[in-house]
Write a protein that binds this ligand. Structure first.
Ligand code: NAP
Length: 282
């Protein structure tokens, strides 16, 4: 039986440290504050927002909502972002994406000040992930993958890691964060040949494909650590991942469950980023 890498456990350890930092900042007169910018009311956004609000409330982080109609203009959204940049009482900004069709995603992302980019959406933040310059923040999901591995003491230095997926939200930044841990990283995409072989070769397999149950037992090797980033709903309405858990779990040494794995950590990483940003201001 594989060890279950539980996001909730790793998150609890992280939240404890974050709460202590919030207490110290608040005592110094700084209340860590996150602006949440949402256009319209997509169910996915609302559900994540509830998780963020819950986490922030428990940690003493203030949330300021900037809610807009789904048909608001790009200029209106840019004005909201510029207001956030100017407001010294706001330390981080979470912008829900994808944005409606009338909005130029890149123009809006780039309008956000990198020091408030706690979800790693600006090019400056992504460059920071690549260079380790400390500008901006890593995308929360990508960092959550590494935090879970760290929490369970999974060694990465000198290990072979295969990352399936190369999105800017998960795959590529996760690969860069793992590279910074001195792992030897292979990044796979939809045109990769021999995917099962590349997966089996890895000591640690990180799957961020966005395809329900696409990774089966043929991709998992005995003794491997598997991190499943995917989140889907199966035909019975239950949450499941990119990995076929029932096939992978008996083979792997350790595996993140879905739900209760990477997804259970992302709001804690976001909260930690807000608090780090607030700490830089004093
Ligand atoms: P995405 O933007 O759709 O990217 C998927 C990546 O997988 C792409 O790079 C794609 O390659 C690659 N891919 C697709 N089919 C492949 C194949 N057959 N072989 C190898 N690579 C293949 O998805 P994402 O935003 O990175 O998200 C990935 C998953 O994570 C989704 O299920 C999403 O719901 C989940 N997610 C979870 C959280 C969380 O909190 N747990 C947060 C964000 C996302 P190409 O580049 O060649 O197309």
């Amino acid at each position: 039986m594989a060890l279950l890498l539980k996001g909730g456990e790793a998150a609890a350890a992280m939240n404890e440290k974050t709460a202590a930092r919030v207490a110290a900042l608040t005592a110094a007169g700084v209340v860590p504050t996150l602006a949440v910018v949402r256009m319209g009311a997509r169910e996915d956004d609302l559900s994540y927002e509830r998780g963020v609000m819950n986490r922030c409330a428990k940690l003493g982080i203030q949330v300021k909502h900037c809610l807009m109609e789904a048909d608001a203009s790009q200029d209106q959204l840019l004005e909201v972002i510029r207001d956030i940049n100017r407001d010294n009482s706001i330390h981080g900004c979470l912008l829900f994406r994808p944005l409606p069709a009338q909005i130029n995603d890149k123009a809006v992302r780039e309008a956000l000040a990198p020091e408030k980019d706690v979800d790693g959406i600006t090019d400056a933040s992504l460059a920071g992930v690549f260079t380790g310059s400390g500008v901006g923040y890593a995308p929360c999901t990508a960092q959550a993958c590494v935090e879970i591995l760290d929490h369970y003491g999974i060694p990465l230095e000198g290990k072979r890691v295969t990352v399936v997926g190369r999105s800017l939200v998960v795959g590529k930044p996760a690969a860069m964060l793992l590279d910074r841990k001195n792992a030897t990283v292979t990044i796979c995409n939809s045109r990769t040949r021999n995917l099962p072989e590349l997966c089996r070769q890895a000591d640690v397999l990180v799957v961020a494909m966005g395809k329900r149950g696409a990774i089966g037992g043929d991709c998992v090797a005995p003794g491997q650590v598997v991190v499943d980033v995917g989140i889907h709903t199966d035909e019975n309405g239950k949450l499941c991942g990119d990995v076929r858990f029932a096939e992978a779990e008996p083979v792997a040494a350790a595996i993140t469950p879905v739900p209760g794995g990477v997804g259970a950590m992302t709001t804690s990483v976001l909260a930690a980023h807000v608090v780090e940003a607030a700490g830089k201001g004093i």
